[in-house]
Design a protein around this ligand. Sequence first.
Ligand code: MN
Ligand code: MN
Length: 330
Amino acid sequence: MCEETPMPQQPASAYLRHGQTPFFRLPVVDITAQGPAAYEGADAIVLGVPWDGSVTYRPGARFAPYELRRVSAMVQSVHPVHAVDVFTALDVRDGGNVVFPPFDPEATRALIQQEVAHILGAGARPFVVGGDHSIALPIMRALAGVHGPLAVVHVDAHLDTSTAAVWGEPYHHGTPFRHAIEQDLVARGALHQVGIRATWGGADEAELVKSHDGTIYTVDRVADEGIAKVASDICTAVGDRPVYISFDVDGVDPAFAPGTGTPVPGGLSAREALRLIRELQGINLVGMDLVEVAPALDHADITLHLGAHVLYEGLALAALAKREREEGAE
Ligand code: MN
Ligand code: MN
């Protein structure tokens, strides 16, 4: 009898048959039910974190993992530029959502870190769908615990290096990169922030990043230099260091990404955002998040479709890297 080969993706029509499909129509695994076997042999796990208890303005990002599953059914496997069959080259699974007490941010951060550590323990890469940006801190903690200080490509309108001075709370969606720097999760000179343009609460707002030798690619700099040069400069700067991509969708202009809680005018175009990730080919990508997509504020799923494609671009980078490693080993 022939052994049945599991399909990397359900057929494109699966959304018609099933209504709700997994992320990118991928196989679903559940570590709480299956134990370590759930991630065995996987290259990447797409994990949802439906948490938006740490936002400072409009909530709603907690529903992104559910809605992104629906919309990502439209994403096919073969990358039109890289010519890589992403979901065949790469064993990617939908790992479900992190389950947490919805009123306890500290416990939630601990549970996120633990779930990401499980993925890393299995030798897979986490691709995490938030949720608000506060979830990036526990992910980076887990990653740095395995890889040491990371390089980070952080797409955002905001620096996300706020202090407790503004809200009387040190941990919220505007603070993950302050903690990441202070806790040595990001290597000196290895933070690359792209799309930055939000107003500052004080004249010294960018000091922390500058004192850590981080690079801020404001939207004007992106416009002047071009996104391809920005991507190429980042590739050169990060070298072989393990890279985490943290993609806050509000880095993109509200015209292209209206479905987000703290929009700022004048951002990246959808095309620039996708090309940035696409042209990071060759980096040692160890994980990625997509955060701050708020479906209830979206129109015609514009932001969700962008988010699904941004995440797919990250998965494509991982697929290319795997193909290169295998070709190198031959
Ligand atoms: Mn932001
Ligand atoms: Mn952010």
